[in-house]
Write a protein that binds this ligand. Structure first.
Ligand code: ATP
Ligand code: MG
Length: 258
């Protein structure tokens, strides 16, 4: 398996509060890797360190075998690391197609800002091709001309996925991409992820609370609890793990305690 995104002994604190300690994981290309854990476990914090929004106080991040710990988010994006965020982020006043085209444009701008200013024909064509392929990959062709504001949550999530697909990244970080989706929409979402990995050999690291999605799409799963990696294994192993069950039960008990 080719190296995708790897972290080694990440330690991240907000002021004096340690959010992640000694987090080591590997999300290879050609696979889907899950990062799960109860609320506040440190999943988004780990993502922020992976794409360069946060600097770890110690530890290392590697992208495609290269140490990128001191590189900013733009450099990591140029190298091929794409990301979606926990909260839905679409431009409501643009159409679905225009939103997806933004994903392609952002990536191409990153490569060569002067060519983008000139708006070369080749580049416009590349944006169009990438946009249409991403719309098709996410089953959004029929809605391409609709304003994004008219879509429901499920389609918003697909639109975000199409936009990051249009960027042509080799490695994707998806933070709770299916939150707010109905059961059937979630299953369809999972199939789209698996197809992208099978067809293009990309790597995906996904944070997700929906266990049906995690267990059906992931090749391998890491479990964070209170900032510490408490388990790593296949979906079947993770589901059977007493340690993992306890971490989640603790959360349920905390929620029902008055
Ligand atoms: N900007 C911040 N400043 C201070 N503390 C933060 C900040 N962001 C997160 N935290 C704290 O760091 C810990 C980890 O938060 P994080 O958002 O990474 O968790 P998470 O696993 O993504 O949770 P969720 O499943 O709810 O999204 C929590 O205790 C949280 O309160
Ligand atoms: Mg989070």
């Amino acid at each position: 398996m080719s190296a995708g995104l790897e972290t080694f002994g990440l330690h991240i604190a907000y002021g004096g509060n340690v959010a992640v300690q000694d987090a080591t994981l590997s999300a290879p290309l050609g696979t889907i890797t899950g990062l799960i854990g109860p609320n506040g476990a440190g999943k988004t914090t780990t993502f922020n360190a992976c794409n360069g929004l946060l600097k770890p106080s110690s530890g290392r991040v590697q992208l495609f075998g290269q140490d990128v710990t001191r590189r900013g988010p733009q450099t990591r994006a140029r190298m091929g690391l794409g990301r979606t965020f926990q909260q839905v982020q679409v431009c409501a006043n643009l159409t679905v197609r225009e939103n997806v085209a933004l994903g392609a444009e952002v990536r191409l701008v990153g490569r060569n800002p002067f060519r983008q200013l000139a708006g070369g024909r080749g580049q416009q064509r590349e944006v169009r091709l990438r946009t249409e392929a991403a719309l098709r990959g996410c089953g959004l062709e029929a809605l391409a001309d609709a304003p994004a504001s008219t879509l429901g949550t499920g389609r918003h999530r697909l639109l975000e996925l199409a936009r990051v697909f249009a960027g042509g990244y080799r490695m994707l970080l998806l933070d709770e991409p299916s939150s707010g989706l109905e059961e059937e929409e979630t299953a369809a979402f999972g199939r789209i992820l698996r197809t992208a990995v099978a067809d293009r050999g990309i790597g995906i690291l996904v944070v997700e609370h929906d266990m049906s999605l995690v267990m059906s799409v992931c090749d391998y799963i890491y479990v964070l609890d209170f900032g510490t990696m408490i388990y790593a294994g296949t979906p079947a192993e993770t589901q059977a793990s007493e340690v993992v069950r306890k971490a989640y039960l603790g959360e349920v008990e905390a929620e029902v305690t008055p």
